[in-house]
Write a protein of this length. Structure first.
Length: 254
């Protein structure tokens, strides 16, 4: 007879533990599944209640809304208040007829006393300044050698433009009906030629004493005009300012 090898005792112990572990896992799995399949027992409550579906789910509400009575209040408009009219003539004087004033008619205006005729008075013509430009204004175009002098006493904004060379000229374009050229006259000064829309005027700036002088042009048609100021002859000439007056006529004042 052949001798069969005996099983090793060290191998049987781990195998036995593995079988027991598998059996234990199976028992736990089936017990948990059996407990979850049981139906929960529901104990009825002693307090009755109703289910009320939320209004956010349309068509599921079982409650019927009850109409709410609405009260309509009609306010009557108050009766119109008749304004009280007081005589504008102060306290009535006994013995004199008093004027009657109704609520629809305005109080009478005071009339001019008898014996004084309504004679209109006329406002004198005072040409107001529509625009005044200093000799340093950028719109005055100087051609040639002009000298800008400052700190001139009495001059407009204390400045002058002086020409020492004949044929120097200044050009200015304006809109209006008249132009006034202001310069400083004095001894040994020269002569200027003023060209206004092609019409020439010769103006001497020589004077026994130093003073500011205005040269006014004739009344022109309202529009755009060209003014040329040229050093014509003699000694030096100058420009202080250019004024565009506001031409107006006298109007009767009652």
């Amino acid at each position: 007879m052949e001798n069969k090898p005996k099983p090793d005792a060290d191998l049987l112990t781990p195998l036995l533990l593995g079988v027991l572990s598998i059996l234990g896992i199976g028992v736990i799995f089936f017990s948990v599944r059996a407990s979850s399949m049981r139906q929960a027992e529901i104990t009825p409550s002693a307090t009755p209640f109703r289910f009320l579906y939320l209004g956010t789910e349309p068509g599921l509400s079982t409650l019927t809304p009850q109409p709410t009575p609405t009260f309509i209040v009609i306010e009557e408009s108050p009766a119109p208040i008749k304004p009280s009219v007081e005589p504008p003539f102060g306290t009535p004087v006994p013995g004199l007829p008093q004027p009657t004033v109704s609520g629809d008619s305005p109080p009478p205006f005071p009339t001019q006393p008898a014996g004084q005729p309504n004679t209109p008075t006329f406002t004198p013509t005072i040409p107001s300044v529509l625009a005044k430009y200093d000799d340093t204004y950028f719109g005055i175009l100087y051609d040639g050698q002009w000298t800008s002098q400052t700190n001139v006493s009495g001059a407009y904004q204390n400045t002058l433009h002086i020409s020492f060379t004949i044929e120097n000229y200044a050009l200015f374009t304006f809109v209006g009906q008249q132009v006034i050229l202001t310069y400083q006259a004095g001894p040994s000064l020269g002569t200027i030629r003023i060209d206004l829309d092609g019409i020439e005027f010769q103006v001497s700036q020589s004077s026994p004493q130093t003073q500011l002088v205005d040269w006014a042009s004739p009344i022109l048609i309202l529009g755009t005009h060209d003014l040329i100021i040229e050093h014509l002859s003699g000694g030096s000439v100058n420009i202080d300012s250019i004024t565009i007056p506001d031409i107006r006529t006298a109007t009767p004042t009652p």
